[in-house]
Write a protein that binds this ligand. Structure first.
Ligand code: BGC
Length: 347
């Protein structure tokens, strides 16, 4: 396995940014930058062995520092939405920055996706190559209580897996929900959209939402709905029933905290397959409904609606205000951990 580090430019305020390249013995290659702890590219083979990059992104650093679509980034302190940008912990109300109407989305105005993370050198052994990044989110940042020390590790294995491990500790009681916001297209850069990808999600239920995508608190069945991916279905098959597209949190089968199958995506044209497993209780399926061609991606290609799909492993949206959902509270002395594995193969 191989790992190396290259410069990736400077942030608008002049700080140096790096890009880390991890390669396994079969040629799978992942590039990660410490700006936003972002997955920039990952090249995986099709059924004939042709390596192609299967995530949307940009060729240079600047668009990552300006973007608003969270492309490839680590999302925190709280991925997804918190209603009315507030919550109560131990009787104290915490007011967060609202950045989507009255609500908070993906950690606020300057979330973890727009922070420069501290890294050590990338490391390669016989079976794994990895890069580990840390970020200290200060007490009060975006309204959240407590200093939160976070670590994200991207690990590429010789078993054709990309594993993302998260760890965090806080010095005051706080809430935390971390995810990765990669937009996948297993067809590679020349594939126009993901509507023909077959998707399976290991869930029979989802968190029902209101018009502003805030959970009502009800856990509802997906049975016989366009949301039902419990057996493989082309993503585009029933999308017209949904308005813009998918933007829903699924309740995964299996115990929260235990590693379990989350989802499988298969591109019938290239044969590329990605299977996701996670310790998280939920996953948000988002089909890039709001990409509109105004962001220019790799190779000068506009990023259009349905160009990629996100499977954001996570705790449920608005958990801090929904006592019946699995808890997102992290107390001092506790260690937050979360792991998501993306395994690549062909069929
Ligand atoms: C959310 C979408 C949002 C998108 C922003 C997704 O995680 O579910 O509603 O528009 O992120 O890129």
């Amino acid at each position: 396995m191989n790992a190396h580090t290259d410069p990736f430019g400077r942030t608008p305020d002049g700080q140096e940014v790096q890009i880390y390249t991890l390669t396994n013995s079969k040629g799978l290659r992942a590039r990660i930058t410490n700006f936003g702890a972002t997955l920039v590219s990952i090249e995986v083979p099709d059924r004939h062995g042709n390596l192609k990059d299967v995530v949307l992104g940009f060729d240079s650093l600047d668009p990552y520092t300006q973007r608003d679509a969270y492309i490839g980034a680590t999302i925190g302190r709280y991925a997804n939405r918190i209603a009315n940008a507030r919550f109560v912990l131990d009787g104290v109300e915490y007011k967060l920055t609202a950045n989507e109407g009255p609500n908070q989305l993906h950690g606020g105005t300057v979330g973890f996706d727009k922070k420069l993370w501290t890294t050590q050198e990338a490391v390669a052994t016989d079976n794994e190559a990895w890069v580990k990044m840390t970020y200290l989110s200060k007490d009060g940042e975006e309204g959240y209580p407590g200093n939160l020390q976070c670590t994200v590790s991207y690990v590429l294995t010789n078993n054709d897996e990309l594993r993302i491990d998260y760890e965090a500790r806080a010095d005051k009681k706080t809430v935390i929900n971390l995810t990765n916001h990669s937009y996948w297209n297993l067809g590679g850069p020349d594939s126009a959209n993901i509507l023909g990808h077959e998707l399976t999600i290991n869930a029979g239920k989802f968190t029902a939402i209101d018009k502003s995508l805030i959970p009502t608190g009800m856990i509802a069945s997906v049975l016989d709905m366009p949301l039902d991916f419990s057996r493989p279905r082309p993503i585009g098959e029933r999308m017209h029933h949904l308005g813009k597209g998918y933007d829903h949190n699924y309740v995964l089968r299996g115990a929260a905290g235990a590693m379990k199958f989350c989802a499988k995506a298969r591109d019938p044209d290239s044969g590329r397959v990605m299977e996701i497993s996670t310790t998280e209780p939920g996953v948000q399926l988002y089909t890039s409904n709001y990409l509109d061609g105004s962001l220019i991606g790799k190779g000068g290609k506009p990023l259009n609606k349905y160009a990629g799909f996100c499977l954001e492993t996570q705790h449920f949206p608005d958990s801090p205000n929904k006592p019946s959902f699995p808890s997102t509270v992290l107390a001092p002395g506790e260690k937050f951990t979360s792991t998501t594995v993306h395994k690549f193969s062909t069929e």
